[in-house]
Design a protein around this ligand. Structure first.
Ligand code: SAM
Length: 215
């Protein structure tokens, strides 16, 4: 557990998102932008029909889970913030949404055709990131199963605290630089299919989008 002046990092994250400002502040709606669409088009083309997809840090389910559910896939989403889980369930009626810490909740190994983890890994203490990637590898059904994940580009250190997230929300971040994530994925059994920096995601620092397949 990463403590910041006596506070648990994950509690800061959970409390911050439970204020319910994220989706409105970042304009989360049911549309993918052109950058996102390039990744989701490849993902959808490669997925078997009626795939089981796990979304780690699903937020409100918009736009990603709704997009995938509309293509006929079965979504399981997990999020720390109860508020986001309740909203995701309303937004994506066919999905199953669970409140919990995805580093602790255990899903069955080999039960997903794809895992997505978009803008959530950076809220987990970075010493846990290798274990998260290994966990995702185990959750994926077989070779060729897919992972779509975003990571930071710059090393943000063990923990960074902001007080002006979504205007005035306290939030915690933790992350390595891009090269480290490529190395962690490759050394944990993934092949990178596509990766790009997303310069303008509206949240401050650049993000790295990575689509990878289980070898
Ligand atoms: C920046 S939001 C992104 C939400 C969604 N993926 C999207 O792109 O709209 C980060 C989300 O990850 C969730 N999250 C952060 N750490 C988590 C953890 N350890 N377990 C589950 N959810 C987590 C937060 O509660 C929040 O909803």
């Amino acid at each position: 557990m990463t403590k910041i002046n006596g506070e648990d990092m994950k509690e800061i994250v959970r409390n911050g998102y439970n204020l319910g400002k994220y989706a409105k502040y970042f304009g989360r709606n049911d549309k993918l932008n052109n950058f996102e669409k390039k990744y989701f088009d490849i993902l959808v083309e490669k997925l078997p029909k009626n795939s089981n997809i796990l979304d780690l840090g699903c937020g409100t389910g918009l736009p990603y889970d709704l997009y995938l559910a509309d293509k006929g896939h079965k979504i399981t989403g997990i999020d720390l913030a109860e508020n986001h889980v309740l909203t995701a369930q309303k937004n994506v009626k066919t999905g199953t949404f669970i409140t919990g810490d995805y580093t602790k909740h255990k899903f069955d190994n080999g039960s997903f055709d794809a895992v997505v983890a978009l803008y959530s890994l950076f809220h987990i203490p970075r010493e846990e990131h290798q274990a998260v990637i290994a966990m995702i590898y185990d959750y994926l059904r077989a070779a060729d199963a897919l992972l779509l994940i975003t990571t930071g580009v710059e090393d943000t250190g063990e923990t960074e605290i902001d007080y002006d997230f979504c205007g005035n929300v306290k939030m915690a971040w933790s992350g390595y630089g891009a090269d480290k994530y490529i190395e962690l994925l490759e050394s944990n059994g993934f092949e990178i299919l596509k990766s790009d920096n997303e310069a303008d995601f509206g949240g401050g620092d650049e993000q790295l989008w990575i689509l990878a397949r289980k070898i």
